[in-house]
Design a protein around this ligand. Structure first.
Ligand SMILES: Cc1cc2nc3c(=O)[nH]c(=O)nc-3n(C[C@H](O)[C@H](O)[C@H](O)COP(=O)(O)OP(=O)(O)OC[C@H]3O[C@@H](n4cnc5c(N)ncnc54)[C@H](O)[C@@H]3O)c2cc1C
Length: 550
């Protein structure tokens, strides 16, 4: 008999907390891909960061997310200070990310596989904390744009220093620095040519005064920002420092912070430039082309972020289903739940394989024309498709936890609020699909290269039908952009199926997973929701790779 016969509060049939101590050790697919793409030399660093991401960073993420950044426009005497204050947890997470090379590893230590190693670090980081990934990505992606011009020598030197310094000072007084980016204005974000911010040249030919605004301006405490503004010669790119060399604040007024659905540890602001000093990057009138180099890299990070969100959501769902019973059996042993989890596992594997493949192609692009074409086409395809799949995926994983997935104490709630963002910023889905068309118009040879790579020597019989149809789908989309999503999705699925098939040569479980992916994504059995795998699909194959046996 109970000590207290009236006690009602018993906790039964609830899973133990999911505390992934080591995100690297838990992820055999990541380890295989890192090896495959020549980044095995970074194994120890990745293992160290996997432990940090699943340990300290995940623990700190709750505070960084809950205690949102606050804007202080003025000090108590009435002076403008335009300062965003963050919880110390945010700064600590930033410090760990910068010190471990997430914002600069390939630029600081260029060697084969360096971009893949850095992408794997970002994937580990994003699983635990997504908000900090924004300034990390922008700092990483802004570097190559500035590095071409010796005028920005001090900036590029300091971007390479693995030290995070959040203090408010001119860069001359800081060891390490970070970058932000400002393109979007109220009257048009996708259509940046509608930018109205003016850039008035000063006598030296390099400096300008910016007058105007940006409607979305994330990480406003960064040391500098790559921004677009209308110069006399047309839309141009500028580096806008937050502090001037003389120690004064640049005339960047932070109007307010956005009250965002998710991504809460990161501050996103609205700003006005009241004659702010900026330095031209690239030629006048070439602003879009200049900043697009940066955007190509941030778009890859969106795709990696989507894969990371899928991974963390799935791990949580599998953990829950292993421990929770309903109708006399563990959820994971219920055939229909197993089908849902197995299908999610296929989606995550294909997403991660695709994202890292794009990174590997981009890394080789300078010396390998074929890789360059695959990367150019692959970036918008992956940004579109992976980011489009992530919100539905996260919601499905959330549902696996039942009501427990819909409370803010669950990581699933945070992932659910975060997941739509990657498909919106850095160019929404339609913009990616229109970019796919732009590539095919300007570089038509990219399509046959894609098809040859996705077909391989021995294409999956289910892929053959789509491979044959694709040139027609592409022609239709080039005639009528309303078909561009259909084209982008087909390009993504074919490549994902092929990448899994190739991975199947390394591991029989992946061969089974590849067959199930092709059957459920390319064949007649294709369905709209997750959890509709064909009757003969092997449900175990994909699941075996999600978490080690309980
Ligand atoms: C949290 C957050 C942080 C952000 N941080 C930054 C930042 O730091 N710096 C920055 O510059 N921007 C930032 N952005 C802005 C973001 O990049 C833009 O919101 C995004 O690019 C879309 O632009 P828009 O909001 O003006 O929408 P619009 O351009 O108005 O687009 C609205 C919709 O129309 C679609 N569309 C547009 N043109 C076409 C077309 N020709 N055919 C079919 N469909 C079309 C788009 O796909 C989209 O679905 C941020 C956004 C968010 C949400």
């Amino acid at each position: 008999m109970d000590a207290d016969p009236f006690a009602t509060h018993r906790v039964e049939n609830q899973p133990p907390p999911f505390e992934p101590a080591d995100l690297w050790a838990l992820d055999p697919l990541l380890r295989l891909l890192v090896e495959l793409h020549g980044a095995d030399w970074a194994r120890e660093r990745l293992a160290a960061y996997g432990a940090l991401a699943g340990g300290e960073i995940l623990a700190l993420s709750w505070e960084a997310e809950r205690d949102r950044p606050r804007l202080r426009t003025h000090d108590r005497f009435g002076h403008r200070i335009d300062r965003v204050e963050y919880h110390p947890a945010y700064h600590r997470i930033m410090q760990l990310a910068v010190e471990h090379g997430l914002s600069n590893l390939p630029w600081r230590e260029p060697r084969p596989g360096a971009e893949v190693a850095r992408a794997a670090l970002v994937y580990l980081h994003h699983q635990a904390e997504a908000g900090t990934n924004c300034p990390i990505t922008m700092s990483f992606a802004g570097y190559p744009v500035l590095a071409r011009d010796p005028f920005f020598g001090e900036w590029t030197t300091k971007l390479l220093v693995p030290a995070y310094d959040p203090s408010e000072r001119p860069i001359a007084e800081k060891a390490g620095i970070t970058l932000g980016m400002g393109m979007t204005e109220k009257q048009g974000g996708s259509d940046v040519r509608a930018n109205s911010t003016r850039a008035e040249p000063l006598a030296d030919g390099r400096s300008y005064r910016l007058i105007g605004h940006k409607w979305f301006f994330s990480a406003p405490m960064s040391d500098g920002f790559l921004v677009l503004a209308q110069a006399p010669g047309g839309l141009s790119c500028f580096l806008l420092p937050r502090w001037l060399e003389n120690g004064a604040r640049n005339a960047i007024r932070i109007q307010r912070l956005k009250d965002k659905v998710g991504n809460r540890s990161n501050a996103s602001s609205e700003v006005e430039f009241e004659g702010a000093l900026a330095y031209r990057v690239g030629e006048e009138g070439r602003g879009v082309a200049t900043i697009l180099e940066m955007v190509a890299l941030t778009r890859i990070d969106c795709a990696l972020g989507a894969a990371a969100e899928m991974r963390m959501a799935l791990a949580q769902a599998v953990h829950h289903a292993r421990h929770r019973k309903a109708f006399g059996r563990r959820l994971i042993d219920q055939p229909l739940m197993r089908a849902v989890l197995a299908d999610l596992a296929l989606e995550w594997m294909a997403a991660l394989a695709f994202a890292l493949r794009i990174v590997a192609w981009r890394e080789r692009a300078a010396d390998d024309g074929k890789a360059a074409k695959l990367a150019r086409l692959g970036i918008p395809v992956a940004k579109y498709w992976l980011c489009k799949r992530a919100p539905a995926f996260v919601n499905e994983a959330q549902e696996c936890l039942g009501g427990a997935g819909y409370v803010e104490e669950s990581l699933l709630a945070r992932l659910y609020r975060e997941a739509p963002l990657n498909s919106i910023w850095e160019g929404c889905g339609n913009i990616q699909c229109l970019d796919v068309l732009r590539v095919l118009e300007r570089e038509p040879e990219a399509l046959p290269i894609w098809l040859e790579t996705a077909g391989g020597q021995d294409p999956d019989p289910l892929a053959e039908r789509l491979l044959d149809a694709l040139p027609g789908i592409a022609e239709a989309a080039l005639r009528d952009p309303a078909q561009a999503r259909r084209l982008s999705e087909a390009l993504a699925l074919l490549m994902q199926a092929q990448l899994l098939r190739r991975l199947g040569e390394r591991d029989p479980r992946l061969a089974e997973a590849a067959a199930a992916f092709a059957a459920s994504r390319l064949g007649q059995a294709r369905a709209g929701a997750f959890g509709c795998l064909p009757e003969n699909a092997d449900l175990e194959a994909g699941l075996a790779l999600v978490l080690p046996p309980a």
